[in-house]
Design a binder for this molecule. Structure first.
Ligand code: FMN
Length: 323
């Protein structure tokens, strides 16, 4: 096939130690609305089977909340809910046994349409009508154990892994940024403290699911917020997460978010086989630090000069896109 000749890395397998992706094309997380529809899981099974047959190496489902307060839509908190997810995982694995499917865990935090949205501090998002309740210590502990429970149930439901969304104004990202995290306890203040909750979520999830399960963390490489995360903070978060998830045989895929600019020639080599596969031109690699134990999954609109030439109107949209 022409694609395979032109992009040999993209179409080559990726060994994760305990499992292998047949290629490096990953379908990113997109909530379909079927998650909450009548008979939605059966319809979603058919939808994902089509994607799996299309040749993708791995699928990430749309976001599913770990509890009531994380969103008003579909959640995975009980064994009964896990049974519905089995419809999806079994259908995909039967139709395409070599395709992996991971469930995204999305706790919307202050953006939840839940009756009692929660956040690190009572700071209202500009895009949500509701003021969230600041979590107390007990509430934080509950969220952490709900994340771990959700990941454990995802494994029981037959998924090959989970993706944790740590970006986009949802719960985890509101802990990271001083503007939305005004706490003065161990969960706020210094960046070390603000990272504590997301990093602890990852640690608990890894402990709950074991080492032979894919764990992906979606980072906003650019959060595009005034007073948002600096580049150094993004890198520090990536390193802290890596430490919590690393095992000798189970490299983890942290997801990234937003777009990437071409990096100056002095920057280092691409960090992982995944990114080499996805973006074979050196000028398009992200500036995330190289590491041997971690793989990067890139997503969203890549800032490739060739696209600007081909689609000038889209390039303009990309530049003005904001959260
Ligand atoms: C209909 C739709 C639903 C989405 N749902 C989710 C979601 O549940 N979780 C998530 O992390 N991103 C979600 N996204 C964002 C996508 O993962 C992705 O970041 C976005 O489409 C931009 O990527 P693109 O530039 O390749 O289109 C959704 C996007 C769309 C269009």
């Amino acid at each position: 096939m022409i694609g395979e000749q032109r992009y040999p890395h993209l179409f080559s397998p990726l060994d994760l130690g305990f499992t292998t992706l047949k290629n490096r094309a990953i379908m990113g997380s997109m909530h379909t609305g079927l998650e909450e529809a009548e008979n939605g899981f059966t319809r979603m099974a058919a939808y994902f089977v089509e994607r799996a047959r299309g040749g993708v190496g791995m699928i990430i489902t749309g976001g599913i909340s770990p509890n009531e307060e994380g969103g008003s839509g579909a959640k995975l908190a009980t064994a009964q809910e896990a049974r519905q997810h089995r419809l999806v995982t079994e259908a995909v694995h039967e139709a395409a046994p070599d395709v992996k499917i991971c469930m995204q865990i999305l706790h919307a935090g202050p953006l939840a349409f839940a009756q009692h949205a929660v956040a690190p501090s009572a700071v209202k998002s500009r895009i949500s009508p509701a003021m969230p309740t600041a979590l107390d210590e007990e509430g934080i502990e509950k969220q952490l154990s709900d994340f771990a429970n959700c990941a454990r149930l995802a494994r029981e439901a037959g998924y090959d892994g989970v993706e944790i969304i740590g970006s986009a104004g949802y719960l985890l990202s509101t802990f990271l940024v001083a503007k939305t995290n005004q706490r003065t306890d161990q969960w706020g203040g210094s960046y070390e403290n603000r990272m504590r909750f997301p990093v602890e979520v990852v640690r608990r999830i890894r402990a709950a699911v074991g080492e032979d399960f894919i764990v992906i963390f979606r980072i906003a490489a650019m959060d595009m917020l005034q007073g948002g995360m600096s580049w150094d903070e993004v890198v520090q978060l990536g390193r802290s997460i890596e430490k919590r998830v690393r095992t000798s045989s189970a490299p983890t895929l942290p997801g990234t978010n937003r777009r990437y600019r071409p990096f100056p020639p002095a920057c280092r080599a691409p960090p992982s086989p995944v990114s080499r596969g996805v973006l074979p031109k050196s000028w398009a690699f992200p500036r995330l630090p190289a590491t041997e134990s971690i793989c990067l999954k890139l997503q969203n609109r890549y800032w490739l000069p060739v696209m600007r030439t081909l689609f000038p109107w889209r390039a303009r949209c990309w530049r003005t896109q904001s959260l």
